[in-house]
Ligand binder design. Structure first.
Ligand code: FE
Length: 171
C-alpha cells in the first residue's frame, strides 16, 4: 500500500523570484500610530503595498460621519466590511458589517459614513489608481500604491515609528 504522504511538507525551494510572504498578526493594529490619516475622520492602515503589481490592500477607517472623497476606479476594487456600515451617495444600498462589495471598473462614487455610526472599518483591495474627481468627473488628483507608500513614510516618520516602518508592507 502506498505510504500516506499528505503531511509531508513540500520539499523543494520556493521559486527564487517569489517574494517573501507577509504575515501581520494584528491587522487591526493595537498601536494607534499605525493608522495613517488621509482626511478628516478618515485613516488607512496598510497591509500589502504591492509596488511590483500596482495595487494595495488596506483597512479603511472612518469615524463620525466622515467622507471619502468622490473618486473613479479604472480597475476593480474588492471590499469586506469588518465593522460598522457605509454607503455611496451614488447607490441606494448600504454596505453592512460582514458584507462583501465589488466595485466595477469605470465606477465613480463617494463613500459616506452616516451619523450614528461611531466607527467603520473595511478591508479594501484597490488596483491601479483612485482618481479623485469633481461632480462632473473633472480630475482633481489621484492615489496609487506609490503615493500611498509616500503617505505612510511621512506619517511614520512624524509619529516616531520611522519612515522605514512602511517597508515591511511593500512587495
Ligand atoms: Fe471606491
Amino acid at each position: 500500500m502506498a505510504q500516506d504522504n499528505s503531511r509531508i511538507p513540500y520539499r523543494h525551494p520556493q521559486p527564487k523570484e517569489s517574494p517573501p510572504e507577509l504575515v501581520i498578526p494584528s491587522a487591526i493594529p493595537t498601536d494607534e500610530r499605525v493608522w495613517v490619516p488621509q482626511g478628516e475622520n478618515v485613516w488607512f492602515r496598510p497591509l500589502c503595498l504591492c509596488a511590483s503589481r500596482g495595487y494595495w490592500m488596506n483597512l479603511l477607517r472612518v469615524r463620525k460621519s466622515g467622507v471619502l472623497s468622490r473618486h473613479r476606479h479604472p480597475q476593480p476594487v474588492h471590499g469586506y466590511v469588518i465593522k460598522g456600515r457605509w454607503r455611496y451617495l451614488e447607490h441606494d444600498w448600504t454596505a453592512e458589517e460582514g458584507g462583501y462589495v465589488y466595485e466595477a471598473p469605470g465606477e465613480t462614487h463617494t463613500l459616506v459614513v452616516d451619523e450614528g455610526v461611531e466607527e467603520m472599518i473595511t478591508l479594501f483591495q484597490v488596483n491601479g489608481v483612485m482618481i479623485y474627481v469633481d461632480p462632473d468627473g473633472g480630475v482633481l488628483g489621484y492615489e496609487d500604491v506609490f503615493t500611498k507608500i509616500n503617505l505612510c513614510r511621512a506619517h511614520y516618520e512624524k509619529v516616531g515609528l520611522g519612515a522605514d516602518y512602511v517597508d515591511q508592507f511593500i512587495r
